[in-house]
Design a protein around this ligand. Structure first.
Ligand code: NDP
Ligand code: 8X3
Length: 261
């Protein structure tokens, strides 16, 4: 029987790449996000290429009632979720703490922490009842390395780091695996979202660097969930070769090396 994976935030970047990677491995896939048209297109594409079923669910993870309604509406064939990938998330803004926009702060806290919790609460209970499952959380190097201008994003990813460790403890006796994936710089729509659609500023983040891709992260997720039953990958820190940590990035000279953080 095919396994089922639920991936939040599959309309772009890491989530979309992860959906493609699981499709190649013959999983049924539940893809979520707010941009429903993108989910519909992805479903069409994946079902045309692979012998799998894809269920698109358009909802905002910040809204607990939307999360409940979406997960209550699962058709029979999608109710047994083997793997949950808590990927939906964002950074908004890059300012010192005295200058930050409180709307940005709320968006990050509500999505990266509360959204992850709402979805986890609904899926984890079913996993516990069945005595099996695997939860993969998208953390970040920002989850252990607070950097200038990133206080609230870093705080939200510190929360994901703490939650991942605590979930692992709570779910231990139920045979449920928990993995935290903690990437450095990945080129997705992340910076475009962070800078509220400013393409030049977003592109500048990656100048002089070969960043990670969504596919690199998808491969790590797939590897983590493909281990034997007795093996749990607690966390994976994955970096571009040119980035040592949140503070040190080597940018090749000759390119525009103005940094955004
Ligand atoms: P993208 O902006 O490309 O993708 C973010 C995804 O999250 C989109 O599918 C978006 O869907 C979804 N999302 C955002 N807000 C909501 C919401 N309120 N409700 C539902 N879905 C939402 O960025 P990435 O792929 O890079 O980011 C994925 C995860 O990886 C995030 O948690 C991010 O923090 C983390 N990460 C990213 C790194 C990077 O450098 N790119 C590095 C380390 C971690 P939609 O807008 O359609 O709702
Ligand atoms: C995204 C990576 O370094 O921009 O989580 O915070 S970083």
């Amino acid at each position: 029987m095919k396994k089922t994976v639920l991936i939040t935030g599959a309309t772009s970047g890491i989530g979309e790449a992860t959906a493609r990677a699981f499709a190649e491995e013959d999983y049924h896939i539940i893809i979520t996000g707010r941009r429903y048209e993108r989910l519909r297109e992805l479903k069409k594409e994946l079902e045309a290429e692979f012998p799998i079923e894809v269920l698109p669910l358009g909802f905002d993870v910040r809204d607990r009632h939307q999360c409940e309604a979406a997960l209550d509406s699962l058709p029979e064939g999608f109710r047994h979720i083997d793997i949950l990938v808590n990927n939906a998330g964002l950074a908004a803004g890059l300012e010192h703490i005295d200058q930050g926009d409180t709307n940005d702060w709320e968006a990050m806290i509500d999505t990266n922490i509360k959204g992850l919790l709402y979805v986890t609460r609904l899926v984890a209970e079913k996993m516990v009842n069945r005595g099996s499952g695997h939860i993969v959380n998208l953390g970040s190097i920002a989850g252990t390395e607070p950097y200038e201008n990133g206080a609230v994003y870093c705080a939200s990813k510190h929360a994901v780091h703490a939650l991942s460790q605590a979930m692992r403890v709570d779910l231990l006796s139920h045979g449920i695996k928990v993995t935290e994936i903690r990437p450095g710089m990945v080129e997705t729509e992340f910076s475009l979202v962070r800078f509220h659609g400013d393409r030049e500023r977003a592109d500048n983040v990656y100048h002089g660097v070969t960043p990670l891709t969504g596919d690199d992260i998808a491969e790590a997720i797939l590897w983590a969930v493909s281990q034997p039953a007795h093996v749990n990958i607690n966390e994976i820190v994955i970096m571009p070769t040119q980035q040592a940590n949140a503070y040190y990035t080597y940018r090749k000279p000759g390119k525009n090396t103005k940094k955004n953080k």
